[in-house]
Design a binder for this molecule. Structure first.
Ligand code: DGJ
Length: 732
């Protein structure tokens, strides 16, 4: 096996490389760890092409040095800190015992290990055997305080991916406080980047936003306690002319579900400085002697062939090496969820006909959503009381679960484990479990409150309650929801000086609870949710192989939401449902066919009262379900391409191709109709040019090169919001 990481002792250069990428870092003057290069693989590296020495006014020099041409402020670095001569926004800030934030990191030593060490307590990418990756750990030390930063870099053998994280170890004798600690920094020279980010709102997640990076600091962050609808923890840096199919694209995805901060600074020399990590807003971490702090990790990808290639690298990495669930390679069950069908207004007798209809239509799972527990008839009560609401299920939950199973469907159940209602037994018994600042009235949101999840006692209580429901063995799936963001930040178990740890301890508590659940119930399919896609991140993927993409189920809005989501996350991770028309969220009227086609690009489900559908629509759903069963292996696990975007055109086109190129699915959605439409074509990609492909519906045969070069004329049809789907199979 070729080595993936080399150290050139003469030039003091580390080279992480595989057939696709190279990443270079060097030890420079003053034992400064410098960034040299990240991009296409370099096979003949001699280590001579280094950052030039230039005397820069107002960028100072190494302590005790007379050399005015070397500055830690201008040099591209691997990790900048506050308190050294570097005016970039720092990757780390440490408050020393003397009150200063002085921290001058110098290179000490390194080690290279086979594979990839685990990140205790945190989600992370992994290896299945040690040959598939190597990890470089570089130690930087602040000599005075003996605070050490261990920078970890993993390169995979067959992926254009580097992962990064940092461990801070206090080897000194004084307690220090970490006020900021990024998981990575990278500096680029002579690049004129644009950033692509995924901002949004509840029911409006992950809109693609492309912005110029001008001199100054650009921040994309969340301090809502979760990764949030408002700013997904993902960013790409691209050249101005980068498209879906050409140009450089650097992608960064943070494997973390709490506060995050992506900082991009274009400095005085037009160099681009990037930090990614936990947001330093209301963050501090007390580091006593001999203790350590582990940051979450960042996944970095590089593509020389545009955004589709970048996304494909994320898709395979997250699918293969972040998601652990037994379901990761199984086709996901088609479900019906009763939320938009009934909201809180249901009981066992009302639900049974929906189950019966689902069976008849070929649907594979029934999901009982919010309102089955405590005395919950609306969203004002019962969170924290995870026992069945007898009024709705007089014979118990098991009885209903048995009914669902008898119809041949799996049974799924909704939970919101992180929350508490004031109107609940849990609050009566443990008012202190509700996160609040002593002496202040906490703020409600959806009339609910957040549990103080950093406390083990609180987690144990919730786990035991869930356990009681799950140990019946009748639950096949759970939907783990979270319907508000954090406020009134305070952890009752921590002293005043350590309250800055609360946000992160909440996330560690959440991961601990999920880990316990995953270990106790390895066969359970867990779907993540946070008021739709409010916590759609690579951290949650470690526990939840699929996540509800948005509370907005309108097919046309979903074109943008699912498009943005696909920049970083695989199709199998995205759940997508057909709901009623007019749509409940925006009132739009769309054809059932279009709703079906758009939802087929994630894990398909239905979220409407099947019993109220017309005869024709019931037949159409039956056909959709049957069609989806034929294509879902390819749509969920094939190589995915974005061909046309509804955010920038009147059409949205997506395609997936099976790994062996023998099967492909293409869909085109035309948004607005026109009285005199221009003819448009959709050209497929990624097929084998020499193969012949048969359209599974019309049985017409086309050459792979025909489909890719001539392209298919998009149908001309009256009416807005029309969609078309094609399923091709290679014939010999
Ligand atoms: C928000 C989720 O996104 C919905 O699908 C539904 O489960 C509601 N919560 C229930 O309260």
């Amino acid at each position: 096996m070729n080595q993936l990481i080399n150290f050139d002792e003469n030039n003091k250069v580390f080279h992480l490389h595989n057939d696709q990428i190279s990443y270079l870092l060097a030890v420079e003057d003053g034992n400064t760890l410098a960034h040299v290069y990240f991009g296409k693989t370099i096979k003949q590296y001699h280590g001579q092409l280094r950052y030039p020495r230039v005397d820069r006014g107002f960028s100072g020099n190494l302590p005790g040095s007379l050399d005015r041409t070397f500055s830690r402020d201008s040099l591209p670095k691997e990790y900048s800190t506050a308190g050294e001569m570097d005016y970039h926004t720092p990757a780390a800030v440490v408050r020393q015992k003397d009150g200063s934030n002085a921290l001058f990191l110098t290179y000490q030593d390194y080690k290279i290990v086979a594979g990839k060490p685990d990140l205790a307590g945190l989600p992370h990418s992994f290896v299945e055997n040690n040959d598939e990756a190597e990890t470089l750990i570089v130690n930087l030390l602040d000599e005075k305080s003996k605070v050490e930063f261990e920078l970890a870099y993993t390169i995979y053998r067959d992926r254009p991916v580097i992962t990064r994280s940092v461990k801070v170890v206090n080897k000194g004798e004084e307690t220090v406080n970490i006020e900021k600690v990024a998981s990575m920094q990278i500096d680029f020279v002579d690049r004129n980047f644009e950033s692509i980010t995924l901002p949004g709102a509840h029911a409006h997640e992950r809109r693609v936003e492309r912005s110029e990076i001008n001199q100054g600091i650009h921040v994309y962050s969340s301090h809502r306690g979760t990764s949030s609808h408002q700013m997904n923890p993902f960013m790409a840096l691209v050249d101005k002319d980068t498209t879906e199919f050409s140009g450089d694209a650097y992608g960064f995805a943070f494997v973390y579900s709490g506060n995050h901060k992506f900082e991009v600074e274009k400095d005085q020399f037009a160099q681009t400085h990037v930090n990614i990590g936990i947001d330093d807003f209301n963050f501090s971490w007390e580091l006593t002697p001999n203790s350590s702090f582990q940051t979450p990790e960042v996944l970095m990808t590089y593509s020389a062939q545009g955004l589709n290639k970048m996304s494909q690298a994320f898709h395979t990495l997250i699918h293969d090496r972040v998601i652990r669930s037994k379901y990761k390679d199984r086709v996901r069950p088609i479900l019906v969820n009763n939320w938009e069908a009934t909201y809180f207004n249901f009981d066992e007798e009302k639900l049974k006909p929906i189950v019966d209809d689902a069976k008849e239509m070929g649907i594979e799972m029934f999901v009982l959503d919010d309102g089955w527990f405590g005395h919950r008839d609306d969203d004002n009560s019962s969170l924290g009381d995870w026992s069945v609401f007898e009024k709705k299920f007089p014979h118990g939950l098991d009885h209903f679960a048995d009914y669902v199973h008898e119809q041949g469907l799996k049974f799924g159940l909704w939970f919101e484990p992180e929350m508490i209602s004031m109107d609940s037994n849990l609050y009566q018994e443990h008012p202190d479990y509700l996160m609040h600042v002593p002496g202040r009235t906490p703020s409600p949101s959806r009339n609910q409150y957040v549990l103080d999840l950093g406390r083990k006692e609180v987690r144990d209580n919730i786990f035991e309650q869930m356990n009681k429901i799950l140990e019946s063995g009748k639950i096949d799936y759970i939907k783990w929801d979270m319907n508000r963001h954090l406020s009134d930040i305070y952890e009752a178990d921590l002293p005043a000086a350590r309250q800055g740890e609360t946000y992160h301890r909440y996330v560690l508590g959440l991961y601990d609870l999920l880990e316990r659940l995953v270990n106790s119930y390895p066969d359970l399919l867990i779907e993540g949710c946070s008021g739709g896609g409010g916590r759609f991140d690579a951290g949650m993927a470690y526990y939840n192989p699929q996540i509800w993409a948005s509370d907005d189920s309108d097919a046309i809005d979903r074109l943008s939401i699912q498009y943005g989501t696909s920049l970083a996350y695989p199709q199998s991770m995205m759940t997508s449902h057909v709901s009623v028309s007019p749509n409940e969220q925006n009132g739009r009227i769309t054809p059932l066919k279009t709703r079906g086609i758009v939802a087929m690009w994630g894990d398909l489900g239905y979220e409407l009262d099947l019993t109220k559908m017309s005869k024709e629509d019931r037949q159409a759903v039956k056909e959709q379900v049957a069609e989806y069963k034929k294509i879902r292996e390819v749509t969920q696990y094939g190589t995915f391409y974005r061909l046309k975007s509804a955010q920038t055109s009147n059409q949205c086109a997506w395609e997936t191709v099976s790994k062996d190129k023998t099967e492909a699915v293409l869909s085109v959605v035309k948004v607005m109709a026109s009285a005199q439409p221009y003819l448009t074509k959709t050209k497929m990609v990624g097929l084998a040019p020499e193969k012949h492909y048969e359209d599974q519906n019309t049985h017409e045969v086309y050459g792979g090169d025909e489909l890719m070069n001539l392209g298919i004329y998009d149908p001309v049809e009256h009416g807005d919001f029309k969609a078309y789907i094609y399923h091709f199979k290679a014939i010999d």
